[in-house]
Design a binder for this molecule. Structure first.
Ligand SMILES: [Zn+2]
Length: 447
């Protein structure tokens, strides 16, 4: 196979910096706020029109009947595919086009795409229109280089990631858009930073615990049974037994921040007793129910079944020990943890590209919360998926969100190199060295 000239590719991507900035600004100007899910089709069509110019076949898929889908706010997704010179693997870049509410505290227009001090500002600049723009420019540069590209390149702009992905990647994955043999490798340009490869995320279990009591007059609480006191007993067990146990449970997952390398439990909310009267005056009653919502984050070393039975055992123990203790436990939402092999094709190709572009070792990380990788893994049954993109995760969802232009350019180089590599191109000649890696094409996944 001929040597690849990565230096020429990098120079070409550098020459596209103004185009990359303009594209990012254009994407930010679509106010794709979710909820409710504004401007989805306009944004998707903008991307589709651009890719058509590079001979992509563009399809728009509406997630009919998904949560939030309506004629006023249709859930439109874009999938673009460009077949290569001959059969081969498919490399797919998936970005969500929705952004969260702007919230208070902005010192500039969130949808103007202001450029200042080497940064592009705006809602979604970091999460994740900067990453989307970088992946588009990476693909265009790779195509324009005239390189022989077997297989296929795909790019999707999907919606509703910020509300669970049901009208986006979840919907598409259920219909085969994210499964082999159509797709082999996926890069999600979420803002994990320019030198980090995100290989997975912790799992989540949301549940409701209700304790029951017996109503009575507030002046004679001994005639009733207080559901709030029963809930207090639950929290006391959390403090005494569960929290120390969770804190001691460490994971081999390289989660960032480091504080999230353990099991965690958040008490989201608690409501007990009868509502006050309209004028704020309390009802003189013993509470007969108390409701708590919990958010349990789990590690790859844990199972959802194990996490649930641990909670149930704690509650059953109270049934045995505490007079009158009755409860209900109900599942609200769950996602199993996801972890792909850091030595798998997409992770190792991206890490090698980071080392080549930035001259430093890539860091492998996991996300404390979930993103669309869960749907690609669980529904699409596609393991070879990572998140990699410019932007600093801490800035996501914040006021005055921004992405650094230099990081976008560098990540575009990384994405183009990794894609080229995964499509099965020849050895690299960038800076005259090969990265000496072997990513055997057969799957060899760990966890
Ligand atoms: Zn995101």
């Amino acid at each position: 196979m001929p040597e690849r000239d990565l230096s020429a590719l990098y120079r070409d991507i550098e020459s596209r910096e103004a185009d990359l900035v303009a594209l990012t600004r254009d994407l930010i100007r679509f106010p794709t706020i979710n909820p409710p899910g504004d401007a989805y089709l306009a944004c998707a069509e903008f991307i589709g029109n651009r890719l058509r110019a590079r001979n992509f076949e563009v399809e728009y898929v509406r997630a009919l009947g998904s949560p939030g889908d309506s004629d006023a706010y249709p859930r439109w997704n874009l999938v673009a595919r460009r077949a290569g010179s001959r059969p081969g693997p498919c490399v797919h870049f998936n970005s969500h086009i929705d952004v969260v509410q702007t919230g208070a505290g902005w010192s500039l227009d969130p949808f103007a795409g202001l450029v200042r001090d080497g940064k592009v500002y705006g809602r979604g600049a970091c999460d994740m229109k900067g990453g989307l723009a970088a992946s588009i420019v990476a693909i265009e540069a790779l195509i324009d280089s005239g390189a022989d590209l077997p297989g296929a390149l795909e790019l999707s702009g999907t919606v509703d990631e910020e509300s669970g992905g049901f009208g986006g990647v979840h919907y598409l994955a259920e219909r085969g858009w994210f499964s082999p043999p159509r797709v082999d490798h996926v890069i999600i340009p979420e803002p994990l930073n320019v030198d980090r490869v995100c290989i997975g995320h912790r799992g989540v279990w949301w549940a409701e615990i209700v304790t029951h009591g017996r109503i009575a007059h507030g002046s004679m609480p001994f005639l009733g049974d207080c559901a709030v006191r029963h809930m207090h007993a639950v929290i006391e067990r959390f403090e005494r037994d569960l929290y120390p146990r969770l804190a001691a449970r460490r994971t081999a997952m390289p989660v960032v921040p480091v504080g999230a390398r353990q099991s965690t439990l958040n008490i989201n909310s608690i409501h007990g007793g009868h509502a006050e009267l309209a004028d704020g005056f309390p009802a003189a009653c013993v509470p007969d129910s108390c409701r708590m919502i919990i958010d349990r984050r789990l590690l790859i070393e844990e199972s959802l079944a194990g996490v649930k039975s641990e909670m149930r055992a704690l509650l059953e123990q109270l049934v045995l020990e505490r007079e009158g203790f009755r409860y209900d436990l109900r599942d609200l939402f769950e996602v199993a943890p996801t972890l792909t092999d850091a030595r798998g094709p997409v992770a190792s190709a991206t890490a090698a590209a980071i080392a080549g572009v930035l001259g430093r070792e890539a860091q492998f990380v996991c996300s404390p919360g979930t993103y669309d990788q869960k749907h690609i893994d669980r529904i699409g049954k596609l393991k070879d998926c990572i998140a990699y993109g410019p932007g600093i995760l801490d800035l996501a969802h914040q006021p005055d969100e921004y992405v650094r232009i230099e990081d976008m350019v560098n990540s575009a180089k990384v994405m183009a190199t990794a894609a080229w590599d995964l499509l099965g191109a020849g050895p690299s000649s960038a800076s005259g060295r090969d990265h000496g890696r072997d990513h055997g094409r057969g799957p060899h996944y760990g966890a």
